[in-house]
Write a protein that binds this ligand. Sequence first.
Ligand code: NAP
Length: 242
Amino acid sequence: MLTGKTAIITGGSRGIGAAIAYKLASLGANIAVIYVGSEAAAENVCLQCRQESGVAARAYRCDVSDFLSVKETVAQIKADFGTAHILVNNAGITRDGLVAMMKEEDFDAVLRTNLKGAFHMIRHTAGLFIRNHEGCIINISSVAGLMGNAGQCNYAASKAGLIGLTKSVARELAPKGIRCNAVAPGFIATDMTGNHQENPLLGQIPLGKMGEPKDVAEAVAYLAAASYVTGEVLRVDGGIAM
Ligand code: NAP
């Protein structure tokens, strides 16, 4: 159970992040949802967490790619909740394209949100975790970061970068009682994969179907409680990257 803990979930307004918010709330955690544009959706996720799980839940508009906005938002979360114990770096975007034609701004935008965004969040929450002598960081990577994916060099690079970030932070903060792990989802049915339904890779999934956001949320809940697990990358992918 996570009663008395506070979890920050970036990109908690939709898809996988919303499922993570519901799951951690059902285990008793108070919830801070970070979103960038979908205010109504984020407020609705918080309302459901409060109504169905009886926890405190608040939404914060923050672009995770902006170092100072993240600093201010984490300070506001500390003011509202007192501290934080769990950070889930889930916010992510795609700007797919073939490497020979990819615009520089599309490469940079994906790296800024997916990889630097996670760094910004860890950078500004680490002090809270260190003071608490406990903390759990979970970065949502992707099988694209393990296998690569044609047409997604920017996205795959950001997700592979998250794995290096995860293992470095895990080593650096383990002596402070802070764990850092990653989850690598495969094809999960969300807005992000809406246009991937016809992807030929779907036929290569050993379990024969796309995953659901709740499948990833279950893995996050496991890692939130797994007190002897750090530096791990847990695939939730129907077996595609085994
Ligand atoms: P999604 O439905 O597109 O939702 C993306 C979420 O990220 C939204 O809540 C969005 O907020 C938030 N976000 C985007 N840019 C942000 C920024 N700059 N600052 C703050 N929040 C931002 O995506 P999803 O499919 O649930 O994916 C969630 C994570 O899982 C991503 O990191 C993705 O790369 C990873 N993943 C997904 C799959 C998959 O198959 N779906 C597979 C592997 C990994 P708004 O609602 O406000 O826009």
